[in-house]
Design a protein around this ligand. Structure first.
Ligand code: GLN
Length: 310
């Protein structure tokens, strides 16, 4: 049966338009607090290159923690499996910015998608260079995998977070005390805040997820970005850890590896079938896009896309 993806997308967009409860926009990063919660976008890219979009799919938004997928890909390219000596691969069951777990686990974050883990990943991407080189590497990589040189970093968002991101500063210092930071905390956080401030539209983000949909191959070049095993492992982490303490529920309801961000975006990848980006700025209690999660649940039901049935 061929799916009529455009009519599924259109149905999802009209349902989102009538939603009463749209969740709550993240305002702990001041420059995100003024985003209009009425927005909703969706984009689906399939392996044959077709793109289906709906709603505000062309509007750039702050991808925030979705960037952790791309930074992780780069860090694995730099140090390979050695990364796992500094970051775990277990779901945290805690909030994305939790501090308590780090003490019990001696400065080794549970996984690369909670903030502490992502800050270690930024520290690895820094390598032997300067913050601005690492920021450039991450931006170049995202432009490369999305096939779109217009992706940019919103420096107002990066600065807003640098001014107010005291929890992240605490996490980084705490890990430094355990010897799990190779660089100055300020340098690693500069990288982290800038990668989180990458702005992309749903269309660009869905395009950027293509290498994960295609066993690690960038369809623009036909060349491997990562090996098939690495693509599979990144997707595994997205499924188990991509929505923080809401990861179990997302897997239960949607069944597709996904990574959320507090800007309201989610990248979801169905291996061999689709790379999907949704965006709606209002968040649920766990800091994941409320309408975005609901849209993916509806899409998964309508398409039967998931990683558990053939
Ligand atoms: N930049 C955000 C922070 O560090 C990212 C969090 C998120 O998107 N879940 O708090």
């Amino acid at each position: 049966m061929t799916l009529d993806l455009q009519s599924i997308v259109d149905g999802i967009v009209s349902e989102a338009a009538t939603a009463q409860d749209r969740g709550k926009v993240a305002d702990y990063i001041p420059s995100l607090g003024c985003i209009d919660p009425a927005q909703f976008g969706i984009a689906i890219v399939t392996p044959d290159g077709s793109v289906h979009t709906g709603g505000d799919a062309a509007v750039p938004f702050s991808i925030q923690s979705v960037s952790k997928v791309f930074a992780l890909t780069l860090a694995l390219g730099k140090v390979g499996g050695d990364l796992w000596q500094r970051v775990g691969v277990e779901p945290s069951g805690s909030a994305f910015n939790s501090v308590v777990q780090l003490e019990a686990e001696k400065g080794i974050p549970r996984n690369p998608f909670i903030n502490a883990g992502a800050i270690v990943v930024s520290d690895v991407v820094l390598g032997s260079g300067e913050s601005r080189d690492a920021i450039g590497d991450i931006l170049r990589f995202v432009r490369f995998v999305s096939g779109d040189g217009s992706v940019f970093i919103d420096s107002a968002v990066a600065n807003s977070e640098a001014d107010t991101g005291f929890r992240n500063v605490a996490l980084a210092n705490y890990m430094r005390a355990f010897g799990n930071m190779a660089h100055r905390v300020d340098d690693a956080l500069k990288v982290y805040f800038h990668q989180c401030a990458i702005a992309m539209s749903c269309r660009q983000l869905a395009m950027a997820g293509r290498y994960l949909m295609m066993d690690g191959i960038n369809p623009d070049t036909g060349r491997a970005v990562v090996t098939p095993v690495r693509a599979r492992r990144i997707l595994s982490l997205m499924l188990t850890c991509g929505h923080y303490d809401g990861s179990g529920e997302f897997a239960f309801r949607v069944g597709i590896p996904g990574k959320s961000g507090v800007g309201g975006g989610i990248l979801a990848v169905v291996p061999g079938k689709a790379s999907i980006a949704v965006w709606s700025p209002g968040l649920n209690a766990r800091g994941n896009s409320k309408l975005g999660s609901e849209a993916l649940e509806r899409l998964a039901a309508a398409t039967n896309w998931n990683v558990f049935t053939a």
